[in-house]
Design a binder for this molecule. Structure first.
Ligand code: NAD
Length: 497
């Protein structure tokens, strides 16, 4: 059995706590790997390495940092397939989807390569007689990142490339369910010439996370994961004086107006609901069909969903893979089993599904629930599986009110041919990312990603300009070079006139 250890101070470090967690191949259900769980002392060693590295990295030149990042970008590009294979082996998503994940992560490395432009300061000359004001941004120090299982390469890449480009050093705690891609990311960074200690990876569970949240030498925490844990991270880390961005879960709605192209809307709903087996924070998990759109849309979604080929992620003909664990599969199934009793119409029931030759895999088929009441568990909870709820609304206003009453506000989409309605929706909907005829509106790297309400705790979205702001702090320098002849005592409050 393979063992995944830690990456501290530029090298692989064997776990010393004696505690390990299991990593399974979701397609076979076999335990393939064990992952070392870091003790408090091991986390402290990683933070100490990051702190020591910060002494020189924090003041390194932008040219030094970007040269390394450009080399890193080339290495990642050359290792796309290897990263994707590791993702598929531990997460289960199909290879093409895993390659897409790597590509979206690379976008942020490319953004970090351009940090020279993003970190340019501002200068105002002659704000008063002989006085200039410059605004600069400086790194924070040691930053920690805690990431979820569903994007084991991309979400870490949302964080550390920009953090280190800004001059910080980083300690990453990846998901214990699929830890291998993060170790490869760190190895490649070392190969690109990143100095020892600038990027560290500690594997583990709550013990490691809670130490990072309270460690006096950690200046900031980036978190992506479920809402209850995001809330905990935000509370504990801010109580310990840290800057925090904690991105949580979601229930993403897609509003389909009666004038929409229903074939395009059905294609989009199926792709966004069932891609990656619904284990995406931007998955569409609730379609709100307005007026006459409902019956035809549900029929078209069903027709498409029935054709999706489910199978192991390394089989190129598979379109959807298994779920991360058997326990998660059973939980997802329980929502489908309970739906009819709570008033939903079960159009497709994907439970009890298996793949021949892979009977121990964490399989579940596609489920489609129609006319789901708002108080049904399948609608109220984030299921994080291939279960699509359809809700019906009489009007745009009713659909919008339903979406805005959700406790989450991550992504949302509207499908319509009416530009005026789309414009109203983009202004009136309470969510951080909006798609207009685009079902998964994950912003490109140079814009920022983040939700509203229970989908994000903190003030900054992740990557893009918000990312640069999160990983730096502002300083304003007011300068005068006085003529000694003009100098004199003046106890008045300085004004600019
Ligand atoms: P999770 O919250 O269970 O775990 C995320 C991380 O937190 C992991 O590294 C885990 O080890 C750690 N963790 C778990 N429980 C903890 C605890 N009690 N105390 C301290 N640390 C703890 O999330 P997951 O199941 O790995 O990922 C799926 C969730 O992540 C979904 O809710 C999904 O919507 C969300 N997600 C959100 C975004 C976003 O951008 N908003 C992106 C991806 C995933």
């Amino acid at each position: 059995m393979k063992t995944v250890n830690h990456w501290i101070d530029g090298k692989a470090v064997e776990g010393a706590s004696g505690t390990y967690g299991p990593v399974t191949d979701p397609a076979t259900g076999a335990r393939t790997t064990r992952v070392a769980f870091a003790s408090v002392e091991e986390v402290d060693a990683a933070v100490a390495a990051a702190k020591a590295a910060y002494a020189t990295w924090g003041t390194s030149s932008l040219a030094t940092r970007t040269a390394i990042l450009f080399r890193y970008r080339a290495l990642l590009d050359a290792h796309r397939a290897e990263l994707a294979e590791l993702i598929t082996a531990e997460h289960g998503k199909v290879h093409a989807d895993a390659l897409g994940e790597v590509a979206r992560g690379l976008e942020i490395v490319e953004l970090a390569c351009g940090i020279t432009t993003q970190l340019k300061g501002e200068l105002s000359t002659q704000v008063s007689g002989g006085v200039d004001v410059a605004a600069i941004r400086q790194p924070l120090g040691v930053v920690a990142g805690i990431t979820p299982f569903n994007f084991p390469a991309m979400v870490p890449m949302w964080m550390f490339p920009l953090a280190i480009a800004c001059g910080n050093t980083f300690v990453l705690k990846p998901s214990e369910k699929d830890p291998s891609p993060a170790i490869l990311l760190a190895q490649l960074a070392a190969e690109a010439g990143l100095p020892e200690g600038v990027l560290n990876v500690v594997n583990g569970d709550k013990t490691a996370v809670d130490r990072l949240l309270t460690h006096p030498d950690v200046a900031a925490v980036s978190f992506v994961g479920s809402t209850p844990v995001a809330r905990h991270i935000h509370r504990v880390a801010t109580e310990h004086g840290k800057r925090v961005q904690a991105l949580g879960g979601a229930k993403n709605h897609m509003l389909v107006l009666p004038d929409a192209d229903l074939d395009a809307a059905a294609d989009a709903a199926v792709s966004a609901a069932y891609g990656s087996a619904g284990e995406r924070c931007m998955a569409v998990s609730a379609v709100v069909a307005v007026g006459s759109a409902g019956d035809e849309l549900v029929a078209k979604i069903r027709e498409r969903a029935e054709k999706i080929k489910i199978g192991p992620g390394d089989d190129p003909s598979s379109e959807m893979g298994p779920l991360i664990t058997a326990a998660h599969r059973d939980k997802v199934a329980s929502y489908v089993h309970g739906a009819a009793a709570q008033g939903a119409e079960v159009v497709l029931d994907g439970t009890g599904f298996t793949v021949e030759g892979y009977e121990e895999g964490h399989w579940i088929g596609l489920s489609l629930l129609d006319k789901v009441p708002v108080d049904a568990d399948a609608y109220r909870d984030e299921i994080f599986g291939p279960v699509l709820c359809v809700l019906r609304a009489e009007s745009y206003e009713e659909g919008l009110a339903l979406i805005n009453s959700s406790p989450w506000g991550n992504g949302t989409a509207v499908f319509t041919r009416d530009g005026g309605a789309a414009r109203r929706f983009q202004l009136e909907v309470e969510a951080g990312m909006v798609g207009i005829n685009v079902p998964i509106p994950v912003p490109v790297g140079y814009h920022s990603f983040g939700g509203w309400k229970d989908s994000l705790f903190g003030d900054h979205h992740i990557y893009g300009n918000d990312g640069v702001h999160f990983y730096t702090r502002g300083k304003v320098v007011t300068t005068r070079w006085p003529d000694p002849a003009d100098s004199g005592v003046d106890l008045g409050f300085p004004s600019h006139r």
